[in-house]
Design a protein. Sequence first.
Length: 314
Amino acid sequence: MNAYSKKDNFNSPNYWNWNGFKICWSVTGEDNEIPIIFLHGFGANRKHWRNNLEYFAKRNCASYSLDLLGFGDSDQPGIRQIGSLNNEIWCNQVKDFISQVIRPKSSAKVILIGNSLGSLVALTCAVLLEDEVATVIASPLPDQIQANKNAITKKTLFKKFKERFLKIFFILFPIEVILFLIPKLGIIRLGLNSAYFKKDNIDRELIDLVTKPVLRKTAARSLRAMCIGMSSRDEEFQASYLLRKLSSSKKVPFLLIWGDKDNFIPLFLGKKIANFHRWVKLKIVANSGHCIHDEDPSVFNSISYEWIKDLKTF
């Protein structure tokens, strides 16, 4: 049974029972007309949108931020509980969140705004839930991009062997030890220094919101499920195929916002996507890194809202 409790306050977490898993989410301006779901990146959580929700709430948007399964304060299942974790699973989570949490309040199409992994989840939703989604704003979009494959290739014996090998590898890999050492060796701050071009934005609040989920006892098992799930995804859940599917219908307008100083996913990949798919709009933000929404929130918010205002849907 799925149920949820609600508080209209970003700093007060709400909990939703999704298929037996506890999911944490927050909302600002829930009674507003335009529903937006903010989807965080890998290693982050709903609090990473701390500098964005209020801006959109003041502009008649019901701003929801969701901890994807395995992240933040949501449950962290392992392979015994969930099998694997990937963007198909997270898309299903978003689908049910829309139907069970948002639909009782609003029948309007939902805007999806994602950072990195959250962008891939948003793209997946745009393809599988195109009648529910008004637009996707992706900043940036991860995954390898190919333009010359139109059909899903059948799994070869090699691919099946590769999947089995990766599963065994990640089961045996000492993820518990790695996660134990990460906070002690200052790896989180090092990672944030690589992700953020403007180092002054790396404050204690940011470090804490990234560190806290890593310290949970269930973090390692969930990360293992993600490694297996993301490395063994079918082609139909990879960005190249999803973009081609979306391109064939063009029902969901797609905006890419990319920092020209992104060290994790270089700008040339964003340009490659926009070149392959001319209907995709690419906005480049100068002197910004991988997390523009938190590094340059005023710029990100302004670009995103101007795009939303121009949508014919609204």
